[in-house]
Design a protein around this ligand. Structure first.
Ligand code: UGA
Length: 434
């Protein structure tokens, strides 16, 4: 099928590349001409495992990149994957979405085009979009909600093997066309779920809201574990073996970050407020998340004799999670700000996220290093992201680096290391809830 994708961020680019891999003819459009120029040279602007291979393989064959809307003239389906950033009050700014719709309908001259809302949009957006297009375009069209459930760092795999595909539409024809697009991705029998547009919009927020609650829940329990002497790792396996609870998203850490959970939780709260529905659980999840970041910074301080002034801390991990260079809403931002404010000197390493972090964090005295051991001596090591390369460190090197204070200190805020192994190297181990 001839498909257009507007927006070449994480969602749009992964969607376009994966659809092209299964033979669809895909044109990806972005108004950022520099990004398009680099994609046309097969250079990927983001780090996402597997994406580069797909683009290298399919670009200029059945995957095209352009900033020119006229290239969308004959498409049958248009995925809208532009940014919908949060405003101050938590509501979403839909101006990019409506701009891209405006420009597309100028060139579309067929009946039956699918306008597919792939970006996470506030509940009720499908109706606004539908009314808007109806006013401006004389051809018949369908508005479909097809929320994405991709996780950064495994987005290609998630697209290729989705747990489910959610299609929100009131039209059988739209559902048939969407099923045709997704058929190659659900060969193993995972469901394509048809529902109303508004239910599809709600499903996306409910999924992210629930996952955020799960993380805040385990973070809260981990603090209680710490206070009682229980071990969160043991408690997690104790509860996760109950299939009603499940194993995933029960890993304590420095709090959730990224471009999705913080934004979607805020948007849910704002929707609840508008509709006068108090969302106590979602609201608590957000508060607990903020508290968790404070807790990590305060615990670091407590470990360093309750005084961060002049303390030199080596930080491993700036990205909001492993396998991505994305630092949006990364817990590292708030935590490092607190540590710096209290007078500590930060030396930071991340395998992929340093450039983005520098741009996001702003002016500071953080020293960035490009080898995780490239520092003389520090008072402590703080691990904030669960990158694989942090999971098996060279303890001999670390012991030398951690020589600025009398007791070598390692604070593993992701619980990725084994306490006995760290202690065997005569390094003091601190984790979260264990
Ligand atoms: C999340 C959802 O998982 C996707 O299903 C969804 O499509 C996406 O948002 C979106 O709305 O676009 P993502 O933000 O890429 O995906 O990352 P996650 O793997 O969900 O992690 C989010 C945050 O939670 C990270 O900071 C991560 O470190 C943290 N987390 C996750 C934990 O602290 N503990 C866990 O057990 C799991």
């Amino acid at each position: 099928m001839k498909i257009g994708v507007i927006g070449t961020g994480y969602v749009g680019l992964v969607t376009g590349a994966c659809l092209s891999e299964f033979g669809h003819e895909v044109t990806c459009l972005d108004i950022d001409t520099r990004k398009i120029a680099s994609l046309n040279e097969k250079k990927i602007p983001i780090y996402e495992p597997g994406l580069s291979d797909l683009v290298l393989k399919n670009a200029h064959k059945n995957l095209f990149f352009t900033s020119d809307y006229s290239a969308l003239k004959d498409i049958k389906a248009l995925f809208l994957a532009v940014g919908t950033p949060s405003r101050e009050d938590g509501t979403a700014d839909l101006s990019y979405l409506f701009d891209s719709i405006d420009k597309s309908i100028e060139v579309i001259q067929n009946n039956g085009t699918l306008f597919i809302l792939k970006s996470t949009v506030p509940i009720g957006t499908h109706q606004k979009v539908s009314d808007y297009i109806a006013k401006k375009m004389k051809y018949q069209f369908y508005v479909v909600n097809n929320p994405e459930f991709l996780k950064e760092g495994s987005a290609v795999n998630d697209f290729m093997r989705p747990d489910r595909v959610v299609i929100g539409s009131s039209s059988e024809e739209a559902f048939r066309m969407m099923s045709e697009i997704y058929a190659p991705f659900v060969r193993q029998g995972n469901p394509i779920l048809k529902m109303s547009n508004v239910s599809a919009e709600m499903t996306k927020y409910a999924a992210n809201g629930f996952l955020a609650v799960k993380i805040s829940f385990i973070n809260e329990i981990s603090r209680l574990c710490e206070a009682t002497g229980a071990n969160i790792e043991e408690v997690r396996s104790g509860i996760a073996s109950d299939t009603r609870i499940g194993k995933q998203f029960l890993y304590p850490g420095p709090g959730y970050g990224g471009s999705c959970f913080p934004k979607d939780v805020k948007a849910l709260l704002s929707t609840g407020q508008t509709l006068q529905q108090e969302l106590k659980i979602i609201s608590a999840a957000e508060q607990v998340n903020q508290a968790q970041k404070n807790f990590i910074a305060q615990k670091m301080k407590m470990i360093l004799d309750n005084n961060l002034k002049g303390k030199k801390i080596l930080v491993w991990g700036l990205a909001f999670k492993a396998n991505t260079d994305d630092v949006r809403e990364s817990p590292a931002i708030d935590i490092l700000k607190q540590l710096e404010m209290e007078g500590s000197q930060i030396v930071a390493f991340d395998p992929m996220g340093v450039d983005n972090f520098k741009a996001t964090y702003g002016a500071s005295s953080i020293e960035y290093i490009d080898d995780k051991y490239a520092v003389d001596s520090v008072d402590a090591l703080l691990i904030l992201t669960e990158w694989k390369e942090f999971q098996n460190p060279d303890f001999t090197k670390l012991k030398t680096i951690l020589s600025r204070s009398s007791s070598s200190i390692l604070f593993d805020a992701r619980n990725i290391l084994s306490r006995p192994e760290v202690e065997r190297a005569e390094i003091c181990y601190f984790g979260v809830g264990r």
